[in-house]
Design a protein around this ligand. Structure first.
Ligand SMILES: [Zn+2]
Length: 101
């Protein structure tokens, strides 16, 4: 999967040499770990997104971020879905035994 969960655009490969692009792929915790979200690839709480989108989401939950992006786009929040949700379904941030992404 090489498209950003939040904006749907293509991502660049992770640069491990420390030169971080805003378009680089990062792991985002759907429920921020600072707010009790689970860690790790089995958590059901990880999606892949651009560094810039990850920074934009910050420590907001999926629903908090949805409200912000929907308003920016002028779409009623109940009608707005992130591109990743349309592709993969809505991550629930709970522990369940399958990989997300
Ligand atoms: Zn993005």
């Amino acid at each position: 999967m090489s498209h950003c969960f939040y904006c749907g655009e293509r991502m660049q490969r992770t640069n491990r040499r420390g030169k971080h692009s805003k378009l680089e792929r990062t792991d985002d915790h759907v429920i921020p770990t600072s707010r009790g979200g689970l860690r790790g690839p089995l958590s059901g709480n990880i999606v892949h997104c651009h560094r810039k989108c990850n920074e934009d989401k910050g420590d907001k939950t999926l629903e908090e971020y949805r409200a912000i992006v929907a308003e920016r786009k002028g779409i009623p929040v109940e009608e707005f879905r992130f591109p990743g949700e349309l592709r993969e379904g809505r991550p629930d941030g709970r522990n369940h035994p399958h990989f997300v992404g």
